[in-house]
Design a protein around this ligand. Sequence first.
Ligand code: DAH
Length: 346
Amino acid sequence: MQERLQELQTEVLQKIEQSENLKELNEVRVAYLGKKGPITEVLRGMGKLSAEERPKMGALVNEVREAISVKLEEKQKELEEAEVLEKLASETIDVTLPGRPVKAGSHHPLTKIIEEIEDLFIGMGYQVAEGPEVEKDYYNFEALNLPKGHPARDMQDSFYISEEILLRTHTSPVQARTMEKHQGKGPVKIICPGKVYRRDNDDATHSHQFMQIEGLVIDENIRMSDLKGTLEVFAKKIFGEDREIRLRPSFFPFTEPSVEMDISCKICGGKGCSVCKGTGWIEILGAGMVHPNVLEMAGFDSKKYTGFAFGMGPERIAMLKYGIDDIRHFYTNDVRFLTQFSRHEE
Ligand code: DAH
């Protein structure tokens, strides 16, 4: 019996040692220490022992049991720890793995060019002004020396909302509104970017909605040379120092004299090509000295104050600067077009 017990002990201890996980360990526990296990069986056999042998045997059985449970406990701890470690290892996060890139949007090329032009004029002391897109006929035309029935109104086919209200056809009404706010007192120095609307059929160079940037300076002793100097700075900063400008006489009802500004063609260097239609020059904007009628209507004394104004289309500027061949690209929003102007790539 003693031998059997010793054998059992060695066997169980070995089985415990060999258990690879908690489940196996539990199976060993049940198999050897359970009611139907071999140790219980040994205990049952004690009835057959003599009175002297019984206590000795009892002590031995207890020893064996004790040894087994100590070992079981040890192994249990070991396996539990191993399980925790394994779990930790399997759940490790690799912080060196690069993340999935989030696609950043890009600035619209028009926003970019407008901001660039704004920055340039802000640097020269201008303020940015804005006005409504749904405008009164008065500010869009009348206050700009274009009374009802004036033939020059036909230059800008308009979307009327009522007889007196329309979608503004240019940003010039912001001039009239700003001057009115100044109540006859200079200086005024503003640029006004914004959307404008005309009843044009859309094609490569026309859009029924487009952008304009208006400029206005009013003060005492403002001269045509101030206008020319300002436009020259603008042209060289936006298109490159090597660009020349020229002013051609033109007509706008709100300026007198009126001019159109051309820049020298970069593609042919002035020799003439298809972009400049053989002239060596490209038209950029309209400008002039503010008409005395416009000054007076807005409450300025035209004997004391003079001023200049200009108006340009940022689409046209961007098309020339970036080599874009169709104005509709700005409004169809094809990402392949738009992402080329991403600031992140600069
Ligand atoms: N408003 C004019 C247009 O849309 C552009 C323009 C020309 C604005 C001359 C001006 C200017 O302020 O002086 O065609």
